[in-house]
Design a protein around this ligand. Structure first.
Ligand SMILES: C[S@@+](CC[C@H](N)C(=O)[O-])C[C@H]1O[C@@H](n2cnc3c(N)ncnc32)[C@H](O)[C@@H]1O
Length: 328
């Protein structure tokens, strides 16, 4: 239930999760009254915040991701009910098809700020924990073949206990009468997430919608954590894109807004990806990602070159300078 850093964690594995960067990032953002996370994914940065803020918004273009966070915040019991299911390859395949066939409708339904679907959320998180590798609900797979099952291309469900999401080893919990310990474990985790997300606004759409003044500086001093898909690397998120143009557009926005003294911005990327910002008063921080499922030399090298670009009004540099002063 708690990540390595000791903070509340998402109950599913997520490629590019930033749990291990939390300490560095919050050291830079400080404690702003408003916080915006336009590429939320597993929401590691929000969950790793030392103290919840007054106004907080998380967003992701992936409807399944946004729906999960909204559903768990509004109805953790219902999400638990649908997520609590044993691992089965046949169910994984059937539910994957059922979910993907609803993905488009889900995206426009989420335009309604009160909409969520607990069954979609529960099945999605269950599958995310049982699926091996990337591609869960990414719009590829047997469901596109009009019933002609492609046995050779199917993903195998995750049967071992390798520390993934809600199938991790169960801690001892006092289950309710007649309640399976796994159910109690999942329920408690979802309840804790709901508690943390109670006042968090969850939106689904393009990142640009949540970096407008109406979402950021109109609420006062704002921390913005930007973690777009990187230019390097091979992960193609369901919502779209390996970095490229998207990462470039995000850097451009950073360049144009870094001087605003109501904004503290942290942008993630691989070494040198956004170094152009250094000419505009930004500074660097590095951190090391978990190698996770990185099997190629390139992926391992990428996990070691994780970089954060911090805008001129971030507070970490001052703290570090002060610490160095004391150490001297
Ligand atoms: C590197 S991941 C974010 C990981 C996250 N920081 C975490 O700790 O789990 C990038 C995320 O951006 C989302 N995404 C891709 N294109 C997007 C867009 N145009 N607008 C908003 N989100 C987008 C993907 O669905 C994915 O969840």
């Amino acid at each position: 239930m708690r990540s390595l850093a000791g903070t509340l964690a998402a109950p599913f594995p997520y490629f590019g999760g930033k749990a291990l960067a939390c300490e560095t990032v919050w050291g830079e953002l400080g404690d702003p009254v408003n916080y915006v996370e336009p590429f939320a994914g597993s929401a590691a940065m929000l969950l790793g915040r030392p103290n919840p803020g007054k106004v907080e918004t998380i967003n992701d273009a992936d409807g399944f991701v946004a729906n999960f966070w909204r559903a768990v915040s509004y109805d953790p019991d219902a999400v638990t009910h649908h997520a609590d299911w044993p691992c089965s390859e046949a169910d994984l395949e059937a539910r994957h098809a059922w979910l993907v066939n609803r993905s488009e409708r889900l995206r426009w339904q989420l335009e309604d700020p009160d909409f969520y679907d607990a069954k979609v959320a529960g099945w999605w998180v269950w599958g995310a924990c049982n699926w091996i590798g990337s591609g869960w609900c990414a719009g590829e797979g047997p469901h596109l073949t009009n019933g002609a099952r492609l046995f050779d291309s199917r993903q195998l469900p995750h049967l071992g206990n390798a520390g993934r999401g809600i199938n991790r080893q169960l801690p001892h919990l006092s289950a309710g009468q007649g309640e399976h310990p796994r159910s109690a474990y999942i329920r408690e985790w979802m309840m804790k997430l709901a508690e943390r997300l109670r006042d968090v606004r969850v939106t689904c759409g393009d990142w640009k919608r949540v970096v407008k003044d109406s979402v950021t500086t109109r609420h006062g001093l704002t921390g913005v954590f930007l973690d777009p898909p990187y230019t390097l690397g091979k992960m193609d998120y369901a919502a779209g894109g390996v970095g490229g143009e998207l990462a470039n557009a995000v850097r451009e926005w950073c360049k144009q807004n870094g001087e605003n003294d109501l904004l503290r911005i942290v942008l993630c990327g691989h070494e040198h990806e956004h170094d152009e910002l250094l000419q505009h008063g930004w500074h660097l921080r590095t951190w090391t990602a978990r190698k996770g499922y990185a099997v190629t030399d390139e992926a391992v090298a990428n996990s070691a070159s994780e970089t954060l670009w911090c805008s001129p009004h971030c507070v970490g540099r001052a703290d570090t300078a002060q610490a160095e002063l004391f150490a001297a």
